[in-house]
Design a binder for this molecule. Structure first.
Ligand code: PLP
Length: 422
């Protein structure tokens, strides 16, 4: 099946006489006929749901769909994208370890990595994803256990050279984790380019309608944990009677450990109803992404021609700094997100934002509605000027998330906004 078909038919597959729509199994627990069976579940020796802090049938169907869309062996849903980023790392890192992270990354991720995870004794070392191989490799230390980067950075809109960064990581025996939130698997499939783990804030395009915060982690099944010395996966886990994830779960070792150990301990699993909403979003993901890309391309072209706009970043647009990488990794488009810098700095940026009527001024992106956000005064206000610049954010930059409305109405709104700039 192609991804457009998988959006609808992967995951839940109704048998004879069953409901066509994904059922919401809103239950905390599951009934079994014998104590022995439940004992086996506790030992991970039998398949089945036990308690909805760890797994649930509705969520599991959505996990299957996401894994299929990304081309991974398994996926685990989480209560937010932040949790997905955090768990993707702490599944294989502990106190005293470090990891490399692209400097072009979501502001919330920077807080998590630089402040909160530091308090856990895990060091985040930032690298410029556009730097030469040698410069990046020089940052890798003996305790460096992962590389983390966004395929299409929020909000910098830089495109990651996934294959090159994966090769660097693999030369050092460490996995590449790619946050694929903005492109979604419809526009980019990082596993095909060497990524080992893929994370998502499903809150964005996957949900797509601004209704439910969520996240997901996909395991490619390709990384050799045992050979590369990840003993947390290749040595017995005493909390499960000595289960050895790499031996007992093969290619899905990382995903199984993440679920049965971290999701169990942190309690960050979504509800069945949350997963149902996510599934509704996933069903139309393919058609929505096509329209988002088409509309955003038209908006980027329009902005590029305006003398009220100093700079436009949209990698699908010819002449963009990341155009050739975009052609390689996301040839069908680079999502609905366009970033623009209004001439005349922050004051004109605010005039433009406040004049918009159709486009909503919200702390969100990647929904069917067109919306705008000013990173420097909103999402990224915790960052100092140096961090802002490293994250690729100009103080006058606006992030415009182009929705799926009629393009003529979107352009008319932008035209009106620009007319208010002095
Ligand atoms: C929004 C976002 C996150 C965080 O996701 P939440 O669902 O808000 O927790 C992580 N990465 C990227 C790229 C994002 O855009």
């Amino acid at each position: 099946m192609k991804n457009g078909t998988k959006c609808i038919h992967e995951g839940y597959k109704p048998a004879n006489g069953q409901p066509l729509a994904l059922p919401i199994y809103q239950s905390t627990t599951y009934a079994y006929e014998s104590t022995e069976h439940i004992g086996k579940l506790f030992d991970l020796a039998a398949d089945g749901h036990m308690y909805s802090r760890i797994s649930n049938p509705t969520v599991a169907y959505v996990e299957e769909k996401i894994a299929a869309l990304e081309g991974g062996v398994a996926a685990v849903c989480t209560t937010s994208g932040q949790t997905a980023s955090f768990l993707s790392l702490v599944n294989i890192l502990g106190c005293g370890d470090s990891f490399l992270c692209s400097s072009k990354i979501y502001g919330g991720t920077i807080n998590l990595f630089s402040v909160t995870m530091k308090r856990f004794g895990i060091e985040c070392i930032y690298f410029d994803p556009d730097a030469e191989d040698g410069e990046i490799e020089a940052l890798i230390k003996p305790n460096t256990r992962a590389v983390f980067a966004e395929s299409l950075a929020n909000p910098a809109l830089s495109v990651l050279d996934i294959r090159r960064i994966a090769d660097i990581a693999h030369r050092h025996g460490i996995p590449l984790i790619v946050d694929n939130t903005f492109p979604t698997p419809i526009l980019c499939r990082p596993i095909e380019h060497g990524a080992d783990i893929v994370t998502h804030s499903t809150t964005k395009y996957m949900d797509g309608h601004a209704i439910q915060v969520g996240g997901a982690i996909v395991d490619s099944g390709n990384f050799d944990w045992e050979k590369n010395g990840y003993t947390c996966l290749s040595e017995p886990d005493e909390s499960y009677h000595g289960v050895v994830y790499t031996k007992d779960f093969g290619k899905a070792a990382y995903a199984v450990k993440l679920r049965v150990q971290l999701i169990r301990d942190f309690g960050t699993y979504p509800s069945a109803t949350a997963a149902f909403y996510l599934d509704l979003g996933l069903q139309t993901l393919d058609v929505r992404m096509e329209r988002h890309c088409k509309n955003a391309y038209a908006v980027a072209e329009y902005l590029k021609k305006s003398n009220k706009v100093e700079a436009v970043a949209y990698p699908a647009l010819e002449g963009d700094k990341y155009h050739s990488l975009a052609q390689k990794y996301m040839p069908n488009g680079t999502s609905g997100v366009v970033s623009l810098t209004i001439a005349g700095g922050k004051e004109n940026a605010v005039r433009f934002m406040d004049a918009l009527k159709l486009a909503k001024n919200v702390v969100h992106v990647a929904t069917v509605h067109t919306c705008v956000l000013h990173p420097a005064s909103e999402t990224h206000r915790q960052l100092n000027d140096e961090q802002l610049i490293a994250a690729g954010i100009n103080p006058g930059m606006i992030r415009l998330s182009v929705g799926i409305e009629d393009i003529n109405d979107i352009l008319a709104d932008i035209e009106n906004g620009l007319s208010k700039c002095v």
